[in-house]
Design a protein around this ligand. Structure first.
Ligand code: MCA
Ligand code: AMP
Length: 510
């Protein structure tokens, strides 16, 4: 069989000089860390051999909830090499969320931080997981201890393009999260297209400042750098001053809009500090036109905005060369991606007409993990994936996203599904019903606000509800405010009018 293992393609792009620096990072004690390409190769081989030694079933899921570190990236590469399926989990997820993911995905291996071992291992062992290993951001934990005894030579396991490489959970508009199944072929085709479309050149250096448990930081950024044999300046956490310090030595930066908003607040952001930069890329949430123009004025660079999803990785991009990067648009469908806009009757929209965005291409996922009905619902009969985003295409072909048909809030680049938060609030004692809406926020772009109605006779306190939610949900999902009201506005059909609630609360954080 032809080798389609994504790791093999990434490895083939490593530079000839394996002793050159691949990643520059900073240790937890502030000390500089240098990883050569040989270190990446050997480290991921040792971890892959450790996974193989566990004698896992074919297609085993390796669930990972650890702080960002280069070793965490090596574990991702090792999972690819060993032919298993990587399942990254946001470090903000708490026990309720982790129980669901482990119960649903049934991972053979769970890797968590040494601090969380107590509660995570309990959930994992109860769920039938046989191996729970730990990895700290200071290289502590059983994972590296055990891998230290493994060989540093490993041949990537042969994989077909259609074999699973990763499962990324994306919240559902109703019910629980769905695991988007991405294949080696999905990820490699997208990485190759982006390498070409964004004009990666030898000598490029990427500032990696995003978390590595979602598509943006894990795939777009890491694959981009590795497939180009490019060095990464690795920041364990986004910190504006650290990005500015790295900028003179870098050429490419990727961020969600909040990162750009926060960088713009730094007096040190100017043309001089950005003069070696080649490309600033934004995505995961809408970039405000003010941010786009302020960035142009301050740095002389035009941000390139692109659009994607967990189910599809990258779909559209403004041009790198040979065309205008137009603020407020997400550019053109990437080569190989078919994109159409259809109205509610399934008829193609004319130029500039608004409708639902549907896509097809080698990057589009295989389906939702163990949810064939949900998968079928999200595809049209001619196999286009319904993104749930609402948009239009102008006569030059630029795509603009104008809204979402899915009830979703994107806060600081993270997705928050109101249905999930409403479900958590409605379970609290004394709550009759609730509605969560997204309102504009200067830092996070959008944040959730909850409007709650008490049961007859019950007295509710918004702050107490917030405190309870903080203890049970990932922090970014917790609404920034809870208002207790007498009733929710409804239309004649009895449906809650979220647009009215959004309108009423839109000035809260302005
Ligand atoms: C932190 N907080 C947030 C968020 N992050 N609230 C709302 N939305 C958020 N995104 C809250 C915390 O709960 C906490 O509140 C307070 O802010 C400070 O928390 P801290 O952890 O210190 O925040 P931070 O480190 O400053 O984080 C902000 C951040 C981070 C750097 C913007 O959210 C981030 O890295 N976002 C990037 C997400 C991302 O990579 N998305 C890509 C998804 P309290 O004190 O009350 O507890 S991939 C994707 O969408 C696709 C497919 C694509 O197209 O790329
Ligand atoms: P996720 O499920 O985390 O992969 O988030 C995917 C969603 O993020 C998409 O369906 C869009 O709604 C949104 N998104 C990603 N990039 C952009 C962008 N550049 N502009 C507007 N929305 C975006």
């Amino acid at each position: 069989m032809t080798q389609h293992n994504l790791f093999a393609a990434l490895r083939a792009a490593f530079p000839d000089d394996l002793d050159a620096t691949a990643v520059e990072a900073t240790g937890t004690g502030g000390e500089p860390l240098h990883y050569s390409w040989r270190d990446l190769d050997r480290g991921s081989a040792m971890l892959a051999n450790l996974l193989t030694s566990l004698d896992l079933p074919t297609g085993a899921r390796i669930a990972v909830q650890v702080e960002k570190s280069v070793e965490a990236m090596l574990l991702y590469l090792a999972t690819l090499r060993a032919g298993y399926v990587f399942l990254p989990l946001n470090t903000a997820y708490q026990s309720g969320e982790i129980s669901y993911f482990i119960g649903n995905a049934e991972p053979s291996v769970v890797v968590c931080t040494p601090q969380n071992f107590g509660w995570v291992s309990k959930i994992a062992f109860t769920g039938g997981t046989r191996h729970v290993l730990t990895l700290g951001d200071d290289r502590s934990g059983s994972l590296l201890q055990r891998a230290a005894h493994c060989s540093d030579q490993q041949v990537p396991v042969p994989k077909a393009a259609d074999d699973l490489a990763a499962i990324l959970y994306t919240s559902g508009t109703t019910g629980r999260s769905k695991g988007a199944m991405l294949t080696h072929g999905n990820l490699l085709s997208n990485a190759r297209v982006l390498q070409d479309y964004w004009g990666w050149v030898p000598g490029d250096v990427l500032i990696h400042a995003l978390p590595i448990f979602h598509v943006h930081g894990l795939f777009v950024a890491i694959h981009g750098a590795l497939l180009n044999g490019s060095k990464m300046l690795w920041l364990a956490k986004f910190e504006p001053k650290a990005v500015l310090r790295a900028m003179p030595c870098a050429t490419v930066f990727m961020g969600v809009p909040t990162l750009y908003v926060r960088l713009l607040q730094e007096p040190g952001l100017n043309r001089e500090v950005a003069k070696n930069m080649r490309l600033f890329i934004a995505g995961s949430a809408p970039l405000l036109i003010e941010t786009f123009t302020d960035w142009q004025q301050r740095t002389g660079h035009t941000i390139l905005e692109r659009y994607g999803m967990s189910e599809t990785t990258m779909l559209t991009s403004n041009p790198y060369a040979g065309g205008e990067r137009r603020g407020g648009t997400v550019g053109f469908p990437l080569p190989g991606v078919q994109l159409r806009v259809r109205n509610e009757h399934g008829v193609d929209c004319a130029v500039d007409q608004i409708g639902g965005i549907e896509v097809k291409g080698p990057n589009v996922f295989k389906g939702y993990w163990r949810m064939p009905e949900k998968t079928a619902e999200e595809f049209t009969t001619d196999l286009f994936f319904k993104t749930g985003d609402v948009g239009k295409v102008d006569k030059q072909g630029y795509v603009t996203i104008v809204g979402r048909s899915k009830d979703l809030i994107i806060s600081g680049g993270y997705n928050v599904y109101p249905a999930e938060i409403e479900g958590a609030i409605n379970e609290l004692p004394g709550v009759a019903e609730s509605a969560v809406v997204g309102v504009p926020h200067p830092d996070f772009g959008e944040v959730g606000v909850a409007v709650v109605v008490a049961k007859p006779g019950a007295v509710l306190d918004g702050d107490a509800i917030l405190a309870t939610l903080k203890a049970t949900l990932a922090n970014f999902k917790v609404p920034k405010r809870v208002d207790v009201v007498n009733d929710l506005p409804r239309n004649t059909m009895g449906k809650v009018q979220k647009n009215l609630l959004r309108e009423q609360h839109k000035g809260l954080f302005a």
